[in-house]
Design a protein. Structure first.
Length: 277
């Protein structure tokens, strides 16, 4: 595993608090296409596009979404320690790469003006990014938004000058395992809350995309998540890949999410019983 910033706790912020300020950004010409297409046409995200392809996330970000992507430029990737990008692109590091990339994605379409009302936002990776207003600048963790509100057909892109790195877990002790399990369940629950209404409205492709992102995000936590839950999600993703019918694909993923959630709840109860004794 490659070293990333360390944090003693999982931070999940949900409530807005910061006062609204006006954002001054360069005008952006309207773009046609989904998020990967717009990023590719911009000419400054070659490393990001390569990483998305290596992590198997390009097709996900072509889905209906909507998604908000904090997109590091090529220059932002060059700020990482020498060899970091090359190592992340190796097949054995695909889960860590996927985790880092999903940490740049927030469910829904969040504009810069909306972001300025927040202290933080929960990413599809499961952990939150900090949002701060510093004068006319909008900061995401330590990164600065260079250009905001770049439109895509399935969301919005905010260009940033640094790669966002998820806070690392200090250890696999019991409190952290409990936090990871809660984060996984919250992410799966969020996916169902967002996906089910879309499914009922007939937007089955968007539902399947949301479920897939959630499943891959939980799997990115690796062995910090209950093994039975991981296997349920892995099986669901494999079965969904074989489906050509978007509606059936959504159902396959939903069943996998439900199975994983039940396993995570069983694990929580076992942990609570162990602590009680």
């Amino acid at each position: 595993m490659l070293p990333i910033r360390r944090s003693t706790r999982l931070r999940r912020a949900l409530l807005p608090a910061a006062s609204l300020l006006c954002l001054s950004v360069s005008p952006v010409a309207a773009q046609r296409g989904d998020i990967p297409t717009v990023a590719r046409s911009a000419g400054q995200f070659a490393t990001l596009i390569t990483a998305l392809e290596a992590a198997g996330l390009t097709s996900t970000l072509r889905g209906n979404g909507p998604y908000t992507v904090f997109a590091p430029t090529d220059e932002a990737f060059r700020k990482l320690p020498a060899g970091t990008v090359e190592n992340l692109l190796k097949p054995e590091n695909v889960e860590q790469l996927r985790s880092i990339l999903l940490y740049h994605v927030v469910p829904g379409r969040v504009t810069a003006s909306q972001a300025r009302r927040l202290n933080s936002a929960s990413t599809v990776e499961g952990r939150s990014v900090r949002i701060r207003n510093e004068g006319s600048a909008l900061r995401i963790n330590a990164a600065t938004v260079l250009r905001a509100d770049v439109p895509a057909t399935n969301g919005v892109i905010h260009v940033i000058d640094e790669v966002l790195l998820p806070p690392d877990r200090v250890s696999a002790d019991e409190p952290d395992r409990a936090s990871d399990a809660r984060a996984a369940r919250e992410l799966l629950s969020l996916a169902v809350r967002r996906g089910a209404p879309l499914f009922n409205d007939g937007n089955v492709e968007a539902t399947a995309a949301i479920y897939e992102v959630a499943a891959r995000s939980v799997l990115a936590l690796g062995n910090r998540v209950d093994g039975t839950a991981r296997r349920a999600l892995e099986r669901g993703l494999r079965d969904a890949d074989r489906e050509r019918d978007p509606e059936e694909k959504a159902w396959v993923l939903r069943r996998a999410i439900d199975d994983a959630d039940r396993s995570l709840e069983s694990g929580r109860r076992r942990m609570a019983t162990t602590r009680a004794h």
